[in-house]
Design a protein. Structure first.
Lengths: 250, 232
């Protein structure tokens, strides 16, 4: 192992890590937004709604992400109609194609997490909400979703970690994310082991930090852990946004 | 539905290679997971620490990076060894071995947690009863815990297999001629990326469906005679 090479490559690799984080953050936000309607559609009894949602989830969870990226990046170029359309400037860019693939992929997994979480909300609470005269939408907004978020959080944090790892596939469509940068430098200095090891360590650091942050959020939103209402740490956490990080660091 | 222009058989050969990679990785991954789970449950602090490092690293690093690391790492290690032995020619590494080893390691890391949960789910009273009958710790493990672990771990192992089956596509990056690589050849020849990648997607879906059916059958079999089990 040549440690000097590892240290020298660090600035470039951290630059690549920024693109990784950017892709993950955007895909997570878009994926979350797409997942909610898909999850709700999955839960209805109307075939016109749940069947397409089921097909969407089944396709994106049943095929490799690599196939999905290639299908979007290379696949669409097969049709002259698409190449002539207004969408082409977006669909020919590897950045947008990777982002679309990551977003749709994570939305399928997230939709299943949401579905499970929504179904886990105790039936009695929904009945109570109905009894107090809440409309469907109000019930969803004020009773079901807030609790579902809490129930689904541990599974969702796993999904975000998986997304960080999945984002390494951006390198297969020439993007200079963390893996892409490591591969590119390795192809010029012929030191793949050093560069890939450094990249692996950065991925570990990212995922370790994310795990801690999510644990902090779980702690903040879980009623059971907050049983001690007088806990000064919790008081701080509720009033001071920075306390989240302090708790996450613990 | 698909006009494969004569590439059908080639793609099926690739799919067969995909299945071989997935099954080989699963076989070694299960053994690895079982072994590391025992390390994590052991009383030895060093064994527990090693087990923790293994699962943390392998679950925190993208499989693509692990595959590349294995491939290039093995190449430089083997060639350095060959050089020192006075063998000057470049030696290439078998992509099947490097890719499958990386996938088996990843499988093992996830399987470790599944096995650990399964061992912990076995009622303590059973082990105590076995010990009270005079069985040694090892005999109690072999005759009481181990036979039950399979049943408890099967659903979790099945999920890991479904994940690894899809991750085999990444082995195409180091040149193994599995389904994805064969599809890329066909795309390069026919210039019809959408048709062929969609066909590959359908083959992966078909493999997923067959796996799910097989897992259901295995779970039913494993739960024979268990009250409340799926086979009851």
């Amino acid at each position: 192992m040549n440690y000097q090479v590892m240290i020298d490559s660090l600035p470039d690799l951290l630059g690549g890590a920024l693109l990784t984080l950017e892709l993950v953050a955007l895909a997570a936000v878009v994926g979350f937004a797409v997942a909610l309607p898909v999850a709700l559609a999955r839960l209805t009894r109307r075939p016109l709604l749940w069947m397409p949602a089921y097909g969407f989830v089944f396709f994106f969870r049943g095929t490799p992400l690599l196939v999905q990226i290639f299908l979007i990046y290379y696949g669409f170029s097969q049709f002259p109609e698409i190449r002539a359309s207004a969408l082409w400037p977006i669909l020919r860019e590897p950045y947008w194609c990777a982002l679309i693939a990551f977003s749709l992929n994570t939305s399928a997994y997230t939709a299943e997490i949401m579905r499970g979480a929504i179904q886990a909300v105790p039936r009695g609470q929904i009945e109570a909400a109905m009894a107090t005269g809440m409309s469907r939408l109000t019930r969803l907004r004020r009773v079901v979703l807030p609790q579902a978020m809490r129930i689904g959080l541990p599974a969702y944090s796993n999904e975000v970690i998986l997304l960080v790892k999945a984002s390494s596939l951006a390198s297969t469509v020439t993007l200079m994310d963390l893996t892409g940068t490591a591969r590119t430098i390795a192809s010029t200095n012929y030191m793949p082991v050093e560069l890939l090891t450094t990249a692996a360590l950065i991925y570990l650091a990212i995922n370790f930090t994310l795990t801690r942050v999510f644990k902090g959020i779980e702690y903040l939103v879980s009623g059971e852990n907050r049983a001690a209402v007088n806990d000064p740490l919790m008081q701080a956490g509720l009033n001071d946004p920075d306390a989240l990080h302090k708790i996450a660091e613990k | 539905m698909f006009d494969l222009q004569g590439f059908g058989p080639t793609l099926l050969v690739g799919a067969w290679m995909t299945i071989q990679v997935a099954l080989t990785a699963a076989f070694f991954g299960v053994l690895l997971g079982l072994g590391v789970a025992l390390m994590k449950l052991s009383t030895s602090r060093i064994a527990r620490l090693l087990g923790d490092i293994y699962t943390t690293v392998l679950r925190g690093v993208p499989i693509l990076v692990v595959i590349l690391l294995f491939y290039f790492g093995a190449i430089s290690a083997v060639n350095a060894l060959a050089d020192s032995l006075g063998h000057g020619d470049f030696i290439d590494i078998n992509a099947f071995v490097a890719g499958t080893a990386a996938l088996a390691l990843a499988f093992g890391a996830y399987a470790t947690e599944v096995f650990r949960g399964a061992f912990q789910a076995i009622p303590k009273g059973q082990i105590e009863a076995a010990r009270a009958l005079g069985m040694s710790r090892f005999t109690a493990f072999r005759r009481v815990s181990l036979p039950q672990v399979w049943r408890l771990a099967l659903p979790g192992l099945g999920n890991i297999f479904l994940v690894i089956l899809k991750e085999t596509a990444l082995v195409s990056v180091i040149g193994l001629e599995e389904l994805m690589r064969k599809t890329e050849f066909a795309v390069g020849f026919t210039r019809q990326p959408f048709t062929f990648f969609l066909f590959a997607a359908c083959l992966y879906l078909a493999m997923t469906i067959v796996t799910m059916i097989a897992l259901q059958w295995l779970e039913r079999r494993a739960n024979r005679g268990i009250a409340g089990g799926a086979g009851a």
